[in-house]
Design a protein around this ligand. Sequence first.
Ligand code: FAD
Ligand code: NAP
Ligand code: SF4
Length: 651
Amino acid sequence: MYMKWKSLFEPIKIRELTLPNRVMMGSMHLGIEGVPEKEEAMISFYTERAGEYGPGLMVTGGISVSPEGDGGHHFLGFYREKDLTTMKRLTTRVHQAGGRIAAQLFHAGRYAYSELTGIPAVAPSPIRSPIHRETPTELTELDILNLLESYAEAGRKAKEVGFDAVEIMGSEGYLINQFMSPATNKRTDYWGGSFEKRTRFPLAVLNAVRKAVGDDYPIIYRLSGMDLVPNSTTHEETLAFAKLVEENDADVLNIGIGWHESTTPTISMMVPRAGFIQIALDIKEKVSIPVIGSNRINDPVLADDLLQQLDMVSMARPFLADPNLLHKSQAQSLDQINTCIACNQACLDHAFEGKAVSCLVNPRAGREYKWVYKKASERKKVLVVGGGVAGLESARAHAELGHSVVLYEASDSIGGQFNLARQIPIKKEFDETVRYYTTELKRLGVSISLNHKPSTEDLLNHSPDLVVIATGVVPRKPIIPGVEFAIPYPDVLSGRATVGKKVIIIGAGGIGCDLSHYLIERGDHEILMLRRNGRMGEGLGKTTKWAMLQDLKKHGVKFRTNLHYEEITEEGLVITDGETNNKEFLKADAVILAAGQESNLPQEYDRLTEKGIQVAVIGGARLAGELDAKRAIYEGAKIAFEPQSIPTTQR
Ligand code: FAD
Ligand code: NAP
Ligand code: SF4
């Protein structure tokens, strides 16, 4: 498709800074900031995304302005001398690569963890967040004045170490937002009470930073367009505040949506693309400074459309998924873009678990410094057996590194389990991953053999240097009398089987939950999900599980655990309740099996090792337990970039 860009590549001037395009890479905490041995990883992450067709501006993850508001060990802090040296190296390298980078001035307020900072968390009022165990200490007036000085100092230092702009973090429920909101600011002094008083701290921060950085320096204010928490700032107040921010000399408004504690999903795959853009548009009507829209904008064509009404768009995770997103857009190679599928599994989930951030569809994110695209000195013949995401990524990465690759897939299409996952209404984005691999393998000259389960002889005939076994998983068929009356989940998702109104699902993991979503969308079902032990949706990511379960509950899906399966019949299921020890008959029109997966590792390929061929087994074929696409894709890439990691026992 040829795309005539209307606005995406239009430059925009903010004070003395000219951005070459209208896309900002929004702030993302990488989980490695401030860790000395990870400095190169952090700097390489940004430099990879700088360059001629990088985002117009990149914003760092939050950089703490003072110790009690710090995000923890893996954050940079303006108040730490050693971090300033790191920041200087970061900005120098980004500029050398041709990019521009802004520092985000951050204070967590009541979201800070004293076990990480060693200091009690502070807030305008001593009100605990529902997602926190700790009640913050109320700031004194003197503390507030000192904090203003910390913000000013942070702005000064940001400019000194070479950042091109600063972004004041005034959204997502952090300190500044806590001052703004009547839900968290119950002060009765100068800094709390009426709308006017609640805006004093945010505006004082803005003025302090402006004074510190001078008139020529760009300040972006990240404003909470919608808090999505009870009894908080109203829409009218938000609009009025946006005007005040403009009047107090901010240059750009970047519109954030929702607080961390909000129970409304704001960026997960349940949120439609650009689902919250109206908020930014409402604000745009009230101000004359540039407004940046954000949240679930993962497609340059959509971004270009939005730019007809907004000045800039913020895309954060899409640059984790594909550092070359804009380069590919400029080159009209949209099919080659590795699209962010909004799964949160390797980015936000990692950040919340204190792990280094990466990306499910691009495990190279955060590893750019060691997984370098350099043609291999020796061109290997690589055969990949299995076209699920593990095999696809392995084929892609090997080919990108200059190896000759043949991929075999037993079915008539590539994608493996992703072809089932993409049937789930909220997982339509998975289509993009299959599209990406389809175009990439073609571009890289990977030979794909469909409907082909190669025999060992087929493989040996190619005299391969490496055979990658990525034959994935098969659904588990549990040993329950009458199991033949049950329907395996792939039959339902692929449309081969239809189910009646009353449905029982055996298994309540990720796939059981997805299956419920699928059935909910298709009509009027009464769904009962069962597990022998444990909780519903176990194994799902922290940042998405709650929303998934909330949605199932809302649609009346029932759940039972602590039970034993006795027998499946044509009319339903007999169980024994673990608590009462009573047998029960649960009537159902259909019993569906979503009872986990087992490895599919054909034994015949064992002979390859006997013949001295190097073999790597990856993804579900290696281990079905705790398999997900994140691990499958990571393993596919890892053996290409780190061939030495292939265990010698597999050779
Ligand atoms: P598979 O996808 O099983 O691929 C194996 C491929 O090998 C298949 O195409 C198969 O046909 C082929 N094959 C088998 N034997 C041979 C042979 N002898 N020769 C040639 N080809 C062969 N994971 C997540 O991380 N997040 C999610 O949100 C998520 N949602 C999911 C939703 C659903 C409904 C489902 C079913 C799965 C979901 N998953 C999710 C799991 C994820 O899709 C899998 O973990 C991942 O795709 C496994 O990849 P794989 O390549 O190891 O195996
Ligand atoms: P899973 O999450 O491990 O769940 C398997 C379910 O099957 C469990 O509820 C388990 O419950 C049940 N089970 C296991 N052995 C059984 C047996 N012998 N008899 C009866 N029931 C049995 O696996 P999955 O749902 O198949 O998902 C596969 C992978 O894809 C997982 O890693 C999952 O995280 C990933 N995935 C992720 C998402 C996502 O949105 N992030 C979505 C879908 C899938 P009991 O053992 O208690 O009975
Ligand atoms: Fe997007 Fe998922 Fe990658 Fe995060 S891990 S950037 S949500 S594709």
